[in-house]
Design a protein around this ligand. Structure first.
Ligand code: NAD
Length: 325
């Protein structure tokens, strides 16, 4: 079977890894990369020994990719993904899908009309620990998620909610499978013009509750999720992909705590995500995380941002009105 012709648009911090991984996937042929920054495109292209471009239309017409990853800054996702889709190219768009719901809906319409695959890069769904707990968690009563790290000026077009919290929102929505009935949130701008620290509480129609705390101004790096179920609680370390399961059992008339560390295969989440994208393109399947999930996570993130704004601490006055529009 002919390998699929893949390309990457935007080969910065994350896009370089998309390009590298495509060279390692069976059934994928990386036919070229494109970056507006010519020296960056040249550096990555020469390292991988593949054609590189700094003009999108030239990349599309000369490299002729059948499918691309869009890994440009978030505020440019929409324009770049739309151009790719309009040229009949399947798209994996990094998270958050777009910065407004209307843009996400527009991409959904174009992809559906053209019968193209449109996957959203919510990479944590391909984290082996999340894949493991997705199969075993049945009654999440309370979830607590923390995603912290030191400040980096690299992401300068969105705040910590669209940059980091969106991962946790997507994972929690996928685990609960029920509608959110109430959101409250707070946040602060500390080092950038967007919120750098934020906390959100959510209540779901089925009674589940979640608390998500994110920060990009913390000394230490932490990526953790705790899930309370009626008879046990689970802890997920996103970085090591470890899960621990805590239960109380009765022994000799006293309660003792038992901790299990389930063993399951671990793999690079990005590799699993891109392999899935290539197989969806090959077989015309719907992706595990499609645009509907990406849009839903974005809607919740925008509600969180509105709460932060109404708290009086945000600086997002002008942009927030546009986000839902
Ligand atoms: P980055 O700034 O390091 O890289 C972006 C690259 O895009 C740069 O090389 C830039 O020159 C290029 N670029 C800018 N405009 C372009 C255009 N119009 N056409 C082609 N190239 C263009 O940013 P990054 O950290 O790699 O983030 C990129 C995207 O990936 C963001 O949306 C971010 O949210 C997402 N991201 C996702 C994860 C994840 O865990 N899934 C992690 C990091 C970043």
């Amino acid at each position: 079977m002919e390998p699929k012709r893949l390309g990457v648009i935007g080969v910065g911090h994350l896009g370089q890894h998309h390009a590298r991984v495509y060279t390692e996937i069976l059934g994928a042929h990386l036919v070229g990369i494109m970056d507006l920054n010519e020296s960056r495109a040249c550096h990555i292209g020469e390292n991988l020994g593949i054609p590189y471009f700094s003009d999108l239309h030239e990349f599309i017409s000369r490299a002729r990719p059948e499918a691309v990853s869009v890994v440009v800054p978030t505020s440019l996702h929409y324009e770049v993904a739309k151009t790719a889709l309009q040229n009949g190219i399947h798209v994996l768009i990094e998270k958050p899908v777009t910065t407004t719901v209307r843009e996400a809906e527009d991409l959904l319409r174009i992809a559906e009309e053209s019968e193209l695959v449109l996957q959203v890069g919510h990479i944590e769904r391909f984290n082996s620990a999340i894949q493991y707990i997705s199969k075993t968690v049945k009654e999440p009563i309370f979830m607590e998620s923390r995603r912290l790290g030191p400040f980096s000026p690299r992401i300068n077009d969105v705040g910590v909610v669209l940059d980091l919290m969106i991962h946790d929102i997507d994972v929690i929505l996928s685990l609960v499978g029920s509608e959110i009935t109430k959101i409250s949130a707070m946040g602060r701008c500390l080092r950038s013009e967007y919120e750098d620290i934020a906390s959100a509480q959510m209540t779901f129609a089925n009674g589940s509750m979640a608390h998500i705390h994110v920060s990009r101004v913390s000394e230490r790096r932490l990526r953790q999720l705790e899930i309370m179920e009626p008879k046990r609680y689970l802890t997920v370390n996103y970085e090591t992909q470890d899960v621990s399961i805590h239960r109380c059992v009765k022994e000799n008339n006293s309660l003792i705590e038992v901790i299990e560390h389930p063993v399951f295969p671990k793999s690079e989440p990005l590799k699993l995500e891109l392999q899935h994208f290539v197989s969806c393109v090959r077989e015309g399947k719907k992706p595990l995380v499609g645009i509907t999930d990406g849009k839903r996570a974005l809607e919740v993130a925008i509600s969180v941002l509105k709460q932060i704004h109404s708290d009086g601490s945000g600086v997002l006055d002008e942009s927030l009105g546009d986000m839902t529009g």
